[in-house]
Design a binder for this molecule. Structure first.
Ligand code: ZN
Length: 499
């Protein structure tokens, strides 16, 4: 197969206009997403020729840039259908238009530390050990950075959230690890500073050795103070009105249903719509920093040699399900459904969407596969989304138990005292809340209730807002999905995690 020609496929980045990026293959579905990428990319070749080719020749290992964005929900990206004008995310929209977007990706957790531990390991919480915020990633883990460092990569991390710093074990495998945190009032953005540090690293990087950099951006996380208000002034919400615009009371805690968490309280703003506007403004600021990162790759002449993976750790519930301006208690789409985009101009391209379910446990095996780095000993919970090993052309079979678990869909494990877990496919989500657990996040620690086990089922295609529970009517779907959640719960109990 012909190699890409530079003049065909050199992608010069500029922010996309507000127009929604067309989705070419959003209807694709298959049981195994691992097959989908190859199918989709092959289709892209046929559809577009020229630029849309897969460079099959074994290339030098790519640089790898993983951009994770804290608290970025899937449906607030213009390319994902957010009807606010202009789009808060012109740079990410462009990335989606030129890369491969996985449109049904579920995070392993609606909270930072467990979600980012999965991003760094490719396994669920019972195996990487980080069940909730403030837990540490123990040395037993064989992280992505360690694997890439062993393969000869220079490794560096630029992180805007101190929950995932070296003191919490997230420095494993990184040659350098820099943390930038905001001031106590959250009035100062950090993502622009992370970009500047990445620029220093990029300019100092030795060639031709490949590098791996992890940039974890933070500014969309509340309180929404870090981006100046002018970032959100010209948003037009006439086509995406906020569903609820009251002024709820402020909780005395950072949790609570139907109340504003204490950490979110702004001095002057009271209405929920203003919080949403500011959230979108924070996203716009961070999107501009993503653009700065991508522009650096272009300016340094390395963008064709760099695999970019963009993902969020979790989303944010804004006005839905009474979980106001927070994340962590429920497992609805607002906090679980995250964007995932992969882009590598020298190797993959297409502006395509994969609508089969993908999980954040898939990211590590996919990166290793694309980079041609051995995943020896990598008993991941996920699977490579790349059909063929670049080095051998062979499909790597998964161990039976892992394959059965992965083929069931994507699991999310709640970090809080309600011990909630869920299974998501591209069509349905089943949520299980165990018996005797509190239904109120403000319940005192150790609370045991008389509540029975709760099962919820949602049809994500017909009911993306998850307001019509189908558990008692679509019992065939429940019967098909529930055994997988039961197996996950047994696994969690075996690890000592769950009651
Ligand atoms: Zn987070």
């Amino acid at each position: 197969m012909a190699s890409l020609r530079e003049d065909d496929c050199a992608l010069q980045f500029a922010p996309a206009q507000a127009a929604k990026v067309p989705r070419r293959r959003a209807g694709l579905r298959a049981r195994r997403p691992v097959r989908l990428v190859a199918l989709l990319l092959a289709s892209s070749v046929a559809l577009a020729g020229g630029c849309r080719q897969i460079h099959r020749a074994l290339a030098a290992r790519p640089n790898i840039l993983v951009i994770s964005i804290d608290t970025l929900r899937f449906d607030h990206l213009g390319a994902n259908g957010y009807a606010v004008s202009p789009s808060p995310t012109p740079w990410i929209d462009r990335l989606i238009s030129q890369g491969v977007s996985f449109t049904h990706t579920a995070s392993s957790a609606p909270e930072t530390s467990p979600a980012l531990a999965t991003l760094n390991t490719g396994v669920y919480q019972d195996r990487h050990g980080v069940m909730s915020n403030r837990a540490s990633l123990v040395d037993d883990n064989h992280t992505l950075a360690e694997r890439l460092k062993e393969a000869g990569y220079a490794t560096a991390a630029f992180v805007g959230n101190a929950l995932v710093d070296t003191a919490h074990g997230f420095g494993q495998g990184f040659d350098s690890f820099q943390v930038v945190t905001t001031d106590p009032t959250f009035a100062t953005p950090v993502d622009d500073k992370l970009v500047a540090l990445f620029g220093d690293f990029l300019r100092a990087s030795p060639r031709p050795s490949p590098w791996f950099a992890w940039v974890h951006m933070m500014d969309p996380h509340g309180p929404y103070r870090s981006a100046a208000p002018w970032w959100s002034h010209d948003f037009d919400y006439s086509r995406a009105p906020v569903a609820r615009d009251d002024t709820p009371p402020v909780s005395q805690s950072n949790f609570g249903l139907g109340v504003l968490p204490r950490y979110q309280k702004l001095d002057v703003e009271k209405r929920l719509s203003e919080y949403v506007r500011r959230y979108d403004g924070e996203i716009r600021f961070t999107d501009a920093q993503v653009g700065a990162l991508l522009s650096m790759l272009s300016a340094m002449g390395v963008q064709d040699d760099t695999l970019v993976v963009l993902v969020a750790d979790h989303g944010e519930s804004l006005v839905e399900h009474d979980e106001l301006l927070q994340h962590g208690w429920f497992l609805y789409e607002t906090t679980v459904h995250v964007p995932l985009v992969m882009w590598w101009p020298g190797r993959i391209s297409g502006g395509s969407a994969v609508a089969s379910e993908t999980c954040t446990v898939d990211i590590v095996p996919t990166i290793l596969d694309l980079a041609g780095v051995s995943a020896e000993g990598g008993d991941f919970d996920g699977r490579s989304l790349w059909d063929e090993s670049p080095a051998t052309g062979a499909v790597s079979p998964l161990p039976q138990a892992v394959a059965e678990l992965r083929d069931a869909g994507c699991f999310t494990i709640g970090p809080r005292a309600n011990h909630v877990i869920s299974l998501r496919t591209s069509r349905h989500k089943l949520i299980l809340t165990p018996p005797s657990t509190p239904r109120d996040p403000l319940a005192p620690r150790g609370t045991v209730t008389t509540d029975p086990e709760s099962i919820e089922l949602y049809d994500l295609e017909k009911d993306p807002g998850e307001v019509r529970d189908l558990a008692t009517t679509e019992t065939d779907v429940v019967e098909r999905m529930q055994p997988h959640l039961t197996r996950l719960r047994a696994r969690l109990r075996a690890a000592g995690w769950r009651r």
